[in-house]
Design a protein around this ligand. Structure first.
Ligand SMILES: [Ca+2]
Ligand SMILES: [Ca+2]
Length: 203
């Protein structure tokens, strides 16, 4: 990571990102230029990430959700997003495969990163998602999913879990692939919207 501050994209990282994403060398160089221009330190802080969300959701309270998304992208848990984590996130949310998106959704919901999801963790993420839904839109939600508590119950029931059970990554991915309702209820498309708008802004 020390090298990332020199302003040059290292060959190793370039090769790694080329093989892990669908981006070309030219695209990666272009992203790198933009990234270093916006974040000369080579790292995005939680605060910067939150302020990006805040600027896109001025009428909502996206702070908690932004923190969860940040955590899920911060794969080495050092409290910042470097260029590699940024590109992996960008690729994942804009053009990744379904299975990769679901692996990421699992990471988002696994708040304490211990490899399983509890009902409390579902509730915590669902609460942060509700803070992003306008009051108007909340009025249009079905009766049995119009509060974080009800929506959590509904998701938990779809997975067929008892109160103190846990969901493994395999169960989570299978459950979401088998049941379109769960996919809608765990709704995680906001980062993609943010990324799309960032791209529009930068081009
Ligand atoms: Ca990191
Ligand atoms: Ca957990």
């Amino acid at each position: 990571m020390g090298n990332s501050k020199s302003g040059v994209l290292s060959k190793d990282l370039l090769e790694e990102l080329k093989s892990n994403t669908r981006y070309t060398e030219e695209q990666l160089y272009a992203w790198y230029q933009t990234f270093m221009k916006e974040c000369p330190s080579g790292q995005i802080s939680t605060e910067q990430f939150e302020s990006i969300y805040a600027s896109f959701f001025p009428d909502a309270d996206p702070k908690a959700y932004a923190q969860h998304v940040f955590r899920s992208f911060d794969s080495n848990s050092d409290g910042t997003l470097d260029f590699k984590e940024y590109i992996v996130a960008l690729h994942l949310t804009s053009s990744g495969k379904t299975i990769q998106k679901l692996e990421w959704a699992f990471a988002l919901y696994d708040v304490d990163k211990n490899g399983t999801i509890t009902k409390n963790e579902i509730h915590e993420i669902v609460k942060s998602i509700f803070n992003m839904i306008s009051k108007e839109d909340q009025k249009n939600l079905p009766d049995d999913e119009n509060t974080p508590e009800k929506r959590t119950e509904k998701i938990w029931a779809f997975f067929g879990k008892q109160e103190n059970d846990k969901i493994t990554e395999g169960e989570f991915i299978q459950g979401v692939m088998d049941n379109k309702h769960i996919l809608r209820l765990i709704q995680f498309d906001e980062p993609q919207k943010v990324q799309n708008r960032l791209k529009e802004k930068k081009q």
